[in-house]
Design a protein around this ligand. Sequence first.
Ligand code: PNS
Length: 165
Amino acid sequence: MRRHLLYPGSFDPPTLGHLDLIRRGHALFPQLTVAVLRNGNKAPLFSVEERVAMLKRMTKGLKGVSVTSFDGLLIDFLKSLHNPVVLRGLRVVSDFEYEFQMALMNRKLDPTFEVVYLMPDERYSYISSTLVREVARLGGKVDQFVPEEVARRVHEAMHGRNADA
Ligand code: PNS
């Protein structure tokens, strides 16, 4: 029986949807590790270290939840952790195609690969890190999509520390 969930992703930035999924996964599995991909988008808004730090603060108080980063193939990272089950979110039908393709590729690479999909609360089903970045870049407020601290940091990263919040 596997008791460990591994939630991999870019988390650039982490959103309220991600947090909702972490809470749901944590309610089902005693141990949950959030893992930020290192070799992803070449020009991320936040460094991996900043994303790990934000996720750590967001999950503070959730016993059994830890945050780390990984490089290279997901299946290799999973092996180093004794093959936890992967957690991914399905917000809308269009997520399915991408997730299905990734899951089958991972399973081809490693037949022991297993993944569970959870749906975030419907309040978050339209939120993505990409849209949060776009709204912020164009001057919109993002505090209803990400935790307060993340909203502040997104604003600073886009418009500088002294810009009006
Ligand atoms: O939040 P994202 O960007 O949708 O997360 C995608 C992620 C990190 C889960 C995926 O890109 C991944 O696992 N990357 C690691 C490299 C890898 O294993 N690629 C082959 C899997 S199909």
